[in-house]
Write a protein that binds this ligand. Structure first.
Ligand code: ZN
Length: 217
């Protein structure tokens, strides 16, 4: 792939990984989680550039299939490519798999963390919504309330003996964290199970804050 550096503007070649199966190549998982599979430093000026590639991520152990499509180009052709990559003629091979489209490398990394923690990404989106409500409720300043509401929250990890959820998000130009009790997850899981229409019916949904926003006033 030919990249034009976002800083110096000079072109350079970068090898991009378009498909990762962590069942076959377990060493690539670390490169997914630290983001190095999605970035390359410019050989001219050293600035790290995001490659912005499309990528298929498969984890047969977690039965997880994530399809990174940064441009949103879900065309029939791409779907054909995917199925060929999975070397499938029988669509039932995806049975039991959680299949998602994601729009950024950061979203893909977050999904991997959520499923590795044994959690549900739809429930997690609801947790983020609830956590934001709680945080903005503690803020007096309207601008800060707005900044928290708009901030892209990311699940970071479960921590401590009580499995507290840790989120990270940008605020005032730096990354900050928020911790909430696992009871928030349990409550949100209850809401989702009582509202089955929240569950996606399409094979490759984008489960993000817009998705959850459709069900919350
Ligand atoms: Zn450069």
């Amino acid at each position: 792939m030919n990249i034009h550096c976002i800083d110096c503007g000079l072109p350079f070649e970068a090898e991009v990984t378009g498909s990762v199966n962590v069942g076959e190549q377990p060493h690539l998982k670390e490169k997914v989680l630290d983001g190095s599979l999605f970035m390359k430093a410019c050989p001219h000026c050293g600035r790290v550039n995001l490659l912005g590639q499309a990528m298929l991520y498969t984890d047969p152990d977690q039965r997880l299939l994530l399809w990174l499509l940064p441009g949103g180009e879900e065309t029939k052709e791409m779907e054909t490519v995917i199925k060929a990559r999975l070397s499938v003629s029988d669509p039932s091979i995806l049975e039991g798999y959680t299949t998602r489209i994601v729009r950024s490398a950061g979203d893909l990394m977050e999904k991997v963390k959520i499923f590795d923690a044994g959690l549900d990404d739809l429930v997690m989106e609801l947790c983020k919504y609830v956590t934001k409500m709680e945080l903005t409720g503690q803020e007096q300043d309207k601008t800060r309330q707005r900044a928290i509401t708009d901030a892209p929250f990311k699940f970071f990890r479960l921590d401590g003996p009580d499995n507290e959820m840790e989120f990270s998000y940008p605020l005032d130009g730096k990354m900050v964290g928020a911790r909430v009790g696992f009871n928030v997850y349990e409550d949100c899981a209850g809401i989702v199970s009582r509202n089955p229409s929240m569950r996606p019916s399409s094979p490759f949904p984008v489960i993000d804050r817009e998705w959850v926003g459709r069900f919350i006033g």
